[in-house]
Design a protein around this ligand. Structure first.
Ligand SMILES: [Zn+2]
Length: 476
């Protein structure tokens, strides 16, 4: 009777390696649906999206994917906890992707000719400059058994950190220009544009370094995309437009000018700290000038500007009064017990509520909100182009607030790029985001969410419109 396996099936050398590179995993034991990128073939693509173009796009995404190992964890707020104590030096894995546009980093603090690259990841992977400086970046790690092609770099400084979207962009340096040139040479293989992909109902994919393994590809689908809602500041503007209309006949675009000049002046936070005051001022002028060039706002005369400003001040003073009254009536018995921070938070909530309620009561010209959103979008696109080079020129973007998708991911996948094509009422849309956190794991759906998500599109060809009965819309 034979109990032991045949000796022929005993563990061979590569099985031993498999055990080493495939760590035990509770979330996706054995990682059966994680395709090693090195071996990825066109047949691996789900049938509904299978084509050479998609294969090429995915392959190229692999070239841009980098492994991150962070050897320091800073003292973080609770919602950014990664399960390690503050000042821990235990290495954690994450994933990022490299920016292809050199012009976005030239001249920045931390830029070194020939050695610098910009990486995008999630803010919960790299939370501050200290963590960034303790990060190892590995390019082209697509083979667990052969690291010859891998090129290392080291994190240097953060360029943009947005905790609300869970996004971090940072610069890293290779040890010398020879390695830097090798990276650039390989990245040059990636085309800037791809031929249009066929209409696909819904496909999402992600290339990441689960558990720090070599690149793995997983496929899934988008389950929900939330369009960016207008911030409540549109309600303030609506009230201002209404007030101006009741008192005179000033063109809406001139009121918009005064309002958005303030908005532009207030976006210090978004402009990276390393730009310097002069350059920040230029950025702001360019932003406002862009809106004028697009015909979305019109510069008022000096007298008109003073008049609009006066009404604006009056309006905000009234709104603040209403807020203060509401605050004292709500907390009249306990006002001394409230901390300054709590008072600020409560007042902010009340202000928002009052503004929204008041704005609901008034009527302005139709499609006001659409015009407001258009300006917000233009500001976003222009700001992004100024900060990071001309990625988004001539593209119609839809900003989205968050997305969810069902896609296998593991620890170490955080920060990876999630690309998707999804057919919407407006046609085929491309979605790009950062893998953030798993959201509904206990329901058996591995959902990622958040990230800086855009949906760039170009006009849909007429023949596709007819074939798929899409009346209006866009496609890649
Ligand atoms: Zn796993």
């Amino acid at each position: 009777m034979q109990i032991l396996p045949h000796s022929e099936s005993a563990i061979n050398e590569s099985d031993v390696l498999d055990v080493l590179v495939q760590p035990p995993c509770k979330k996706n034991p054995g990682h059966p649906r994680f395709i090693p990128v090195k071996q990825f073939k066109e047949e691996d693509i789900p049938i509904e999206a299978r084509c050479n173009n998609i294969w090429q796009i995915i392959k190229d995404q692999g070239l841009r994917t980098v492994k991150l190992t962070v050897y320091y964890t800073t003292d973080r707020p609770a919602n950014f906890d990664v399960g390690l104590p503050a000042a821990s030096r235990r290495g954690r894995s994450g994933t990022g992707w490299v920016d292809l546009f050199d012009n976005s980093i030239k001249g920045r603090t931390g830029f070194k000719t020939g050695k610098t690259f910009m990486i995008s990841t999630a803010a919960h992977v790299i939370f501050d400059n200290r963590e960034c400086g303790e990060t190892k970046v590995e390019f082209f790690f697509d083979d667990d058994y052969n690291c010859k092609e891998v090129i290392e770099a080291r994190g240097h400084n953060i360029v943009l950190l947005d905790t609300s979207l869970d996004v971090c962009r940072f610069l890293c340096h290779t040890s010398d220009t020879v390695s830097g040139n090798k990276i650039r040479e390989r990245l040059r293989e990636i085309p800037r544009y791809y031929p249009p992909v066929p209409p696909i109902e819904n496909i999402a994919w992600c290339i990441s370094h689960p558990h720090g393994m070599a690149q793995r590809l997983t496929f899934g689908r988008i389950t929900d995309i939330k369009e960016e809602e207008a911030t409540w500041s549109w309600a303030v503007l609506k009230l201002l437009v209404y007030q101006c209309a009741t008192q005179g006949s000033i063109a809406e675009k001139k009121i918009f000018y005064v309002f958005f000049r303030d908005t532009v002046n207030g976006i210090n936070l978004y402009l990276a700290d390393d730009l310097g005051e002069k350059s920040k001022k230029q950025h702001k002028e360019q932003l406002l000038g862009h809106l004028v060039d697009k015909g979305l706002i019109v510069k008022p005369t000096r007298e008109e500007a003073i008049y609009i400003r006066g009404l604006y001040n009056e309006l905000t003073a009234n709104l603040s009064d209403m807020r203060d009254k509401a605050f004292y009536s709500k907390f009249k018995h306990s006002v001394e017990l409230i901390s300054n921070a709590k008072e600020k938070e409560e007042k902010h909530k009340l202000y928002k509520h009052i503004v929204l309620t008041e704005a609901m009561k008034v009527r302005v010209s139709p499609k006001f909100l659409e015009r407001f959103n258009e300006i917000e979008k233009e500001l976003w696109v222009k700001r992004h182009n100024l900060l990071f080079g001309g990625h988004y020129q001539n593209l119609d973007l839809s900003l989205t607030k968050s997305s969810t998708y069902s896609l296998d991911s593991c620890p170490g996948s955080s920060g990876a790029r999630v690309t998707a094509y999804v057919m919407t009422n407006e046609g085929l849309r491309r979605h790009i985001g950062h893998h953030s956190r798993g959201l509904k794991e206990n329901q058996g759906i591995v959902c990622g969410g958040g990230g800086s998500i855009l949906v760039p599109t170009t006009p849909i060809p007429a023949e596709l419109k007819n074939k798929y009965n899409i009346t209006s819309g866009t496609a890649i």
